[in-house]
Design a protein around this ligand. Structure first.
Ligand code: 4G1
Length: 247
């Protein structure tokens, strides 16, 4: 899968993506990441990518033409069939696991990261098929959202995560919070690792982990349970968790 990011901070994208899972996916050639800087498509001496907003007000707005030339080059550089152009913006559709799951099917994802106060609305209308948002807060640019999309989608591509890494993708854990994790030493600060994890009883360990995920989701994010059909076994585990909590 190919990601093309339109950004005035190309190094930020490339340097950040070269770590961990995404870095490995790029080295393996499973993921291809290209960055396109609108500043390289300006014709004035100052390489101007922004200008003052019509109607006045604070800040600057990113100009249409440098963005357009950058995205045209991004499109020309890949003969991909299944392409989507997305503007990362506070007005966008929330970035969720479902959105990431849907994006795995694409051959190329072109991500437009805004800076300043935003980009000329006419560019969004003409070039951006969708808008996606990291959340309802004020941040300085779309690059962090682009990195979240690249990381989250890359993890879903075949061959990127080793067998022992894809734990979080387990189907029955989908839509639940994570279970607690422990590693050596067995005791630290007088606190022991739960006995079940030392038992070598794999069925019991799996059961305990699922129960912890269910219990913690119920405690911290009950909203997630509203749209998750629990099996009768999962319901029983959760009930047992609640009872043990009382004792
Ligand atoms: C709630 C609210 C209202 C008004 C402005 C802003 C705001 O933060 N404006 C600044 C910019 N924000 C984002 O790009 C951005 C922000 C949030 C989530 C995102 N997910 O992707 C990109 C995102 C827009 C142009 C450059 C940065 C936020």
């Amino acid at each position: 899968m190919r990601f093309d990011v339109i950004t005035i901070f190309p190094e930020m994208m490339l340097d950040s993506a070269m770590y961990g899972v995404t870095g490995r996916a790029i080295k393996q050639g499973i993921v291809n990441l290209s960055v396109w800087n609108p500043r390289n498509y300006t014709s004035d001496r100052h390489k101007t990518v922004d200008d003052r907003p019509y109607g006045g007000g604070p800040g600057m707005v990113m100009k249409y033409q440098p963005l357009k030339d950058a995205i045209d080059n991004a499109k020309d550089s890949a003969d991909a069939r299944c392409v989507k152009v997305v503007y990362l913006s506070p007005q966008g559709r929330p970035i969720t696991q479902q959105l990431l799951n849907e994006s795995v099917a694409l051959d190329q994802l072109i991500l437009v990261a805004g800076r300043y106060e935003g980009i000329d609305e006419r560019f969004i209308e003409d070039e951006c098929e969708e808008e996606w948002s990291l959340g309802d807060f004020v941040i300085s640019g779309g690059e962090l959202a682009a990195l979240v999309v690249i990381d989250g989608v890359s993890r879903l591509l075949p061959g990127v995560l080793g067998d022992d890494e894809s734990a979080q993708q387990d189907s029955h854990m989908y839509g639940l919070l994570d279970c607690p994790h422990y590693t050596r030493p067995e005791v630290i600060e007088g606190k022991k690792v739960p006995d079940v994890l030392l038992s070598g009883n794999h069925k019991g360990i799996e059961r305990w982990r699922l129960q912890q995920s269910l219990g913690r989701t119920w405690q911290k994010r009950p909203d997630l349970l509203l749209n998750k059909e629990l099996t009768t076994e999962q319901q029983a585990l959760l009930e047992e968790f609640k009872i043990e909590l009382k004792n």
